[in-house]
Design a protein around this ligand. Structure first.
Ligand code: CBF
Length: 807
């Protein structure tokens, strides 16, 4: 199947498509078209080419009457799509030539696309990579989520402090989606339960409609395309005419405004009661719409509900859609008359749950009174599920306990498989958060180490390296990433290494030019680019990175003529708006940057750069340019990480702890090509039990004590000397994430990095071996694992060419 078998598209034909869309879809002629028009015309011309493979995939899926995978996720951090689609269709060069023949700058047009920031970080980006791999592998699938009007907030720095403004990706038409006004489901909230003939009948108090918007997701070489279906909330009634006619104009629009609130914002602040209620409604909203949709599809094909699990695999991406269990049970019982025990076992056979974190605050718990108010029928169903679970296992683990509904436990009990996202994390899931349930349901917890799509995270974001790889090992690697291993034999070839380094230099120059143009910041491309980009969180320890930077600054100032390795420390990331400490850390990084970057003694040796508003597109520029990847979380806290994989794939060795997927990356690249430091997960637990461990660590480290004193006394905040006193005191008094304890080990390892980097050819070899040895971290391998171990869902496009060891 696919475009690949049709005659190749010429740049001439493609420019005719672009011009046609400019005229017919946008009502513009070329001489008056704005950048937006060109971008839309290009996107629509590409979208046209996705439709055939998309239809063909749907047809094959219906014919096969096999299994569909439904991936339910609150987040799909898809970023820009033009290059994704062009690359997967094999039209990237054609599209560029076509557009340039029309006098347009391709890169500029591509960069005009807003980043669809429908997610926060790793979990959302993983969902996007999974969609790409599901299509690449030809596994029939739907991604289900929310079409937020406003994605993740835009970050600005005001005097170094983070400010947030609303993101507006839908201010312009979204080129890739198809609106489906006919696909819409009622979603009910609140109201009361009545007993009618011995059965519980839910009389809801409020109803909104969930309306579908479909984006086709085409896989590598256009062989298959699945659907990302996002739900938008709409009122049941457009507006209240009688209120309007009474002159109550605000009141007339109230139903619409209230309904729309549900899909308005990604991560509404849920520190207030109203915020919590909205969040619960969002979760139920998209989950219910998705379950109704998949049941409708199943029944329309004549399916027998008792055999639902043979045709439907529902993956819960974290606890956010955990209400899927009770919702499916509710529909099977209330709408289809299934008996309770069968409904529960049928739902469980369909459902699986991925845990993405051990942090207790991320394992959702809802106050029971709120839950009863919003979802009274589901509260009763959860009680039935809990009773069945207790009877089946004799467990003492409750789902509703101490006035809370525990979504982690609910997801676990209702799933036939629960998976962690790296080997270490999966072991910790078994030993810690779900230790009791693991005993109750032995074998239910398995591991599926995360992965990343090589199409976006190498092929498309790193053309310099891509071309070198193509010339060296051929072009079959993008959907068979373990072929990169073929580069290993070239890692002792001086000519290859020179070209590998040249690719890195090209990417560093690209980053330097981009930053100069965007922020006026000048970088020295000969310096080591040391990059830490991710959400700002105490466990990820951006603070430790900064403390090390300040310590280095002190050392250079003490010995300005020492043999220093010039470094640019690059940070990127957003803090949750309500996370005070994370925002203090951002402020401190910016304050330190202001002082250190202006220091004439160190300015050629050390620079701190923190571009505001980090997002997927920024990552695509930063990662290929990185020399060093910072993966320095407190061991046991980062479930997996996926940034770590992207950096290694793009030839940046890691400095990191034995945490998450770092452990497996180090196993693959070899200990000699990875800079390890810090306490292990077990040592972290033991150290926390020691009295005054942080204070003692500070006392034992004069270097750290000096840095903390500088920060505390206001060296970096002269206009408000006490600004960081609390932050420092917090570290010395209760450093939960063990920044103080790992500091010396981190500092010393950074000096080993300096020495290693000074030997450029040895460093380049290490970088090349990182690229060569991380093919296992392709999300194709991960999805093949889910398909085999969890979903039992076959590919409908058969084995890919030269597929090796996807397991
Ligand atoms: O599994 C994907 C990612 O999910 C998180 O981002 C999350 O939100 N829980 C984790 O923090 C990452 O470690 C993980 O890679």
């Amino acid at each position: 199947m696919s475009d690949m078998s049709s005659p190749p598209v010429t740049p001439q034909a493609f420019s005719a498509d672009i011009l046609r869309h400019l005229k017919q879809s946008l009502g513009k002629d070329a001489s008056h078209a704005a950048l937006y028009d060109w971008r839309m015309a290009l996107s629509l011309a590409l979208r046209d080419r996705v439709v055939d493979p998309w239809f063909e995939s749907t047809r094959k899926t219906y014919e096969a009457r096999g299994k569909r995978v439904y991936y339910l996720s609150m987040e799909f951090l898809i970023g820009r799509l033009i290059e994704d689609v062009a690359v997967n269709l094999g039209l990237d060069a054609v599209a560029q030539e076509a557009l340039e023949s029309l006098g347009q700058d391709y890169a500029k047009v591509v960069a005009d696309e807003p980043d669809a920031a429908l997610g926060n970080g790793g979990l959302g980006r993983l969902a996007a990579c999974f969609m790409d791999s599901l299509s690449t592998l030809g596994i029939p699938a739907y991604g289900y989520g929310i079409r937020y009007e406003h994605g993740l907030f835009e970050q600005h720095f005001k005097d170094g402090a983070q400010m947030e403004t609303a993101e507006t990706w839908l201010a312009q038409r979204h080129a890739w989606e198809f609106e489906r006004p006919e696909v819409s489901y009622p979603i009910h909230f609140g109201g009361v339960l009545r007993e009618v003939d011995g059965a519980q009948v839910w009389e809801p108090g409020e109803t909104v409609m969930a309306s579908a918007y479909d984006t086709p997701v085409v896989g590598w070489q256009g062989r298959w395309a699945n659907t990302l279906r996002l739900w938008a909330a709409q009122p049941t009634m457009a507006f209240d005419l009688s209120s309007f006619n009474r002159g109550d104009y605000m009141g007339a629009s109230a139903p619409e405004a209230l309904a729309r609130t549900i899909s308005r914002v990604l991560y509404p602040d849920d520190t207030t009661e109203d915020g919590k209620e909205l969040r619960l409604k969002q979760e139920y909203f998209f989950t219910s719409a998705s379950i109704q949709d998949l049941l409708r599809r199943f029944l329309s094909e004549g399916g027998d509900l008792a055999a639902l699990a043979d045709h439907v695999a529902i993956q819960l991406n974290d606890t956010h859609p955990a209400i899927a269990g009770p919702e499916l049970v509710r529909l099977l019982i209330d709408a289809h008359g299934m008996e309770v025990a069968l409904a529960i076992s049928t739902a469980r056979a369909c459902l699986a749950y991925t845990n993405h974190t051990l942090l207790p605050e991320a394992l959702e718990r809802w106050p029971e009174d709120l839950f009863i108010r919003v979802l009274p029928r589901h509260h009763r169903i959860i009680a039935l599920i809990e009773a069945a679970h207790l009877a089946e296992t004799g467990s003492h683990v409750r789902i509703i306990e101490h006035g809370e509904v525990k979504m982690g436990e609910l997801a676990f009990v209702m799933a036939h498989r629960v998976n962690g996202v790296s080997a270490l994390h999966s072991d910790l899931v078994k030993e810690t958060v779900f230790a009791d349930l693991n005993r109750d349901y032995p074998g239910r917890i398995i591991n599926q180490t995360n992965g990343i799509t090589p199409r976006r995270w190498l092929y498309s974001c790193n053309p310099a390296l891509r071309d070198l790889i193509n010339e060296t090992i051929g072009t079959a690697w993008p959907d068979d990433l373990q072929q990169l291993e073929g580069l290993s034999t070239h890692a002792s070839d001086a000519a290859f290494l020179e070209r590998f380094q040249a690719a890195k230099d090209t990417n560093k120059a690209r980053l330097a030019n981009w930053l100069k143009a965007r922020d006026g910041v000048v970088l020295d491309p000969a310096a080591m680019f040391d990059v830490q980009i991710k959400r700002i969180h105490e466990y990820k320890r951006q603070l430790m990175n900064l403390l090390e930077t300040i310590a280095l600054w002190n050392d250079i100032r003490d010995t300005p003529n020492g043999n220093w390795t010039p470094r640019v420390k690059i940070f990127g990331g957003k803090a949750a708006p309500g996370y005070v400490v994370a925002k203090e850390i951002i402020h401190l990084i910016n304050d330190a940057a202001a002082l250190i970057n202006a220091d004439p003694v160190t300015k050629d040796l050390l620079q701190i750069v923190y571009p505001e508003n980090y997002n997927v597109s920024m990552a695509e520029i930063l990662i290929p340019a990185a020399d060093l990847s910072e993966q320095i979380s407190t061991a046991g806290k980062e479930a997996s990480g996926t940034g770590n994989m992207k950096f290694a794939l793009n030839g940046a060795p890691t400095i990191g702890t034995l945490d998450g997927a770092n452990v497996e990356i180090r196993d693959c690249v070899g200990a000699e090509n990875f800079f390890l430091f810090g306490l292990t997960a077990a040592e972290v637990v033991a150290r926390r039990a020691e009295p005054s461990y942080a204070r003692r660590a500070v006392e034992a480290s004069p270097r750290l004590a000096r840095v903390l004193k500088q920060i505390e006394s206001g060296v970096f905040s002269p206009s408000e000397k006490a600004r960081y006193a609390g932050l420092v005191q917090g570290l010395v008094d209760h450093d939960y994430f063990l920044v103080t304890c790992d500091f010396d080990s981190y500092f010393e390892t950074q000096r080993e990095v300096d020495t290693a980097f000074a030997d450029q050819s040895a460093w380049t070899r290490m970088a090349a071996l990182n690229t060569a040895r991380v093919g296992w971290f392709s999300s194709d391998r991960t999805i093949a694992g889910y398909a085999r171990d969890i979903w039992n869902a076959p590919s409908l496009i058969g084995p890919r060419r030269s597929q090796k060891d996807v397991a």
